[in-house]
Design a protein around this ligand. Structure first.
Ligand code: GSH
Length: 203
């Protein structure tokens, strides 16, 4: 499989899961500004939506959208138990979290990266984020992982977006369980491997 990514972007989540599964993968960096890949391809021909991640399968099909890519990779490696069995109630509970991370955390955090957004909008989004962090704090209290007492695709995704908090001046340190969780996930070998491969930490 080949992952089209941008360093530290939400594509880090599937990158972590590729490493976690022991899947064979290659990486191709995307210049999101110019929509060009590092080998000079027009990224819009790979993903017409113009954003990462995009996963090229071994049969050359392309999959996009973080939540879908995470589930696809995890389903290829059932023994790793990174996602619940399709159609089980547990799977729907995971989808509930996946949707929460995507629409309530990822997209609210992501909107703060836009340059020159009005201060009133920033305040509004930060108040919203604070409420979402309260939900996570409660969910993570006394727990190692977000779901089912084991590392899953949810942790790869949540870690990836929480990583942006410091840069965005979101005071995650006010949430002790979230802060502990983040520090713990950061030490996982697959997380370190993916971060090294994206040049986010030194080997
Ligand atoms: N709905 C998409 C959103 C992906 C997304 O927001 N990607 C960002 C990086 S975190 C991006 O590539 N932005 C560049 C752009 O939108 O042009 C998903 O879940 O995969």
């Amino acid at each position: 499989m080949k992952l089209y990514y941008s360093s530290g972007a939400c594509s880090l989540a599937p990158h972590i899961i590729l490493a976690e599964c022991g899947e064979k993968y290659t990486l191709e960096k995307v210049d999101l500004q110019n929509k060009k890949t590092e080998s000079g391809k027009d990224f819009l021909l790979i993903n017409m939506k113009g954003y990462v991640p995009a996963l090229e399968l071994n049969n050359k099909e392309i999959l996009t959208e973080v939540g879908v890519i995470l589930q696809y990779i995890a389903h290829q490696h059932p023994a790793a138990q990174l996602v619940a069995e399709s159609n089980s109630f547990e799977h729907y509970k995971m989808l509930e979290w996946l949707s929460f991370i995507s629409s309530e955390i990822h997209k609210n955090f992501g909107s703060l990266f836009a340059p020159q957004i009005p201060e009133t909008y920033v305040e509004m989004i930060k108040a919203k984020i604070n409420n979402r962090l309260k939900v996570l704090e409660q969910a993570l209290e006394g727990k190692q992982y977000l779901f089912a007492n084991r590392f899953t695709i949810l942790d790869a995704y949540l870690f990836t977006v929480l990583r942006w908090a410091h840069h965005l001046k979101i005071p995650v340190e006010n949430f002790a369980a979230v802060t502990d969780y983040f520090s713990r996930i950061k030490e996982r070998p697959s997380v370190k491997q993916a971060m090294q491969e994206e040049g986010l930490i030194k080997p």
